[in-house]
Design a protein around this ligand. Structure first.
Ligand code: NCD
Length: 330
């Protein structure tokens, strides 16, 4: 398991108010202003999607969805986002088995090939840093990181931040509880970066000890001004959190099944009892999904559970907005 990289070299081109043609690799490229610009458009996109308004905003464009790792939500919502806006997709799932990658083609060559056929490439990959590598290989089209190993998952964080913003009307002065595989969860890594763009945010991290943030990353992220507090048990959960963000143990990131089984016993699960005991009245319960041992299905009835409601739907709207901006159509 490698540590996540937060060196200056990791910082891709900043958005600086102009999304057109930019690679979207890390949350570090965004400013508050960029997020608000995206959120304003997201609100318009919600109207299009909810009312099935025909749109030709992306007509004439083709986006490659190049997914080296399995995905339901990210793949499905990117495909739906593009189609809702009249664009087309080139869908490549498991390129290792269905493309020339099988014959030994290099990653860079595959990227160069698909950029010849499309206006943008949405990439999911199991290796941390793959999105940056793809962005360096691509000459003409933007790369959108749909999750690279245990590194980052910027579009998930954009929808998570939008969900928080919609709920609380602000992105500062929030207290969150982030639970599960803090070491490997790319959604947590990007979310901490995103929250650190705003003032006075606090996150409590609850994970098995072996799945804590590496010390170096803990220090570097804390230095951004966000307060990060590690806790070790459910008893330490503060009762005034604005949101809980539960993640599964990322089985596929472990070196062996034995390794995974060693920590799989020490996981935390949301139950109606835990909600009643520790969750505040106005908090929201989030999960990037898939739900694997994270939240008991009986919690779904709780109005505070947004993972299969607004959180998942916002993934569609935010990706519609992001694509429209990156492809220079909005
Ligand atoms: C997440 C991912 O792939 O990182 N899923 C998603 O995109 N919504 C979380 C996970 O797989 O656990």
């Amino acid at each position: 398991m490698s540590t996540i990289t937060i060196s200056a070299g990791h910082l891709r081109t900043r958005i600086d108010g102009n999304f057109k043609g930019k690679d979207i690799v890390s949350l570090d490229q965004f400013s508050q202003k960029d997020l608000y610009k995206l959120f304003t458009l997201t609100h318009e996109m919600k109207h299009i999607a909810v009312n099935s308004v025909p749109s030709n905003l992306l007509a004439g464009t083709i986006t490659s969805l190049l997914f080296y790792e399995p995905s339901s939500r990210t793949f499905g919502s990117f495909a739906a986002a593009i189609k809702r806006l009249g664009g087309q997709t080139l869908d490549i799932q498991s390129p290792e088995t269905v493309t020339s990658v099988y014959k030994g083609e290099s990653f860079e060559d595959t990227i160069r090939v698909f950029e010849a056929y499309s206006d943008a490439i949405v990439l999911r990959h199991k290796i941390a840093g793959a999105a940056k590598q793809a962005a360096e290989a691509a000459e003409f089209v933007p790369i959108i990181n749909a999750g690279d190993g245990n590194n980052e998952h910027p579009t998930q964080t954009l929808l998570d931040l939008y969900t928080l913003y919609e709920t609380f009307g602000r992105l500062d002065n929030l207290t969150g509880l982030l639970v599960g595989d803090v070491l490997n969860s790319r959604t947590i890594h990007s979310l901490i970066r995103g929250l650190s763009l705003f003032k006075q945010n606090t996150v409590y991290l609850l994970s098995p000890q072996r799945l804590q943030l590496p010390r170096e990353d803990f220090q570097q992220l804390s230095a951004r001004g966000i307060t990060i507090i590690e806790i070790a048990s459910e008893q330490e959960i503060p009762h005034d959190c604005d949101f809980w963000y539960w993640t599964r143990i990322q089985k596929e990131r472990f070196a062996s099944l034995e390794d995974y089984n060693g920590v799989a016993q020490q996981t935390f699960t949301v139950t109606p009892q835990l909600m009643q005991r520790c969750a505040s009245k106005n908090m929201i319960l989030m999960d990037p999904l898939p739900r694997v041992g994270t939240i008991e299905p009986s919690v779904d009835r709780d109005a505070r559970a947004v993972y299969l409601r607004s959180q998942i739907r916002n993934g569609l709207y935010i990706r519609m907005a992001l694509l429209a901006l990156v492809l220079g159509k909005a």
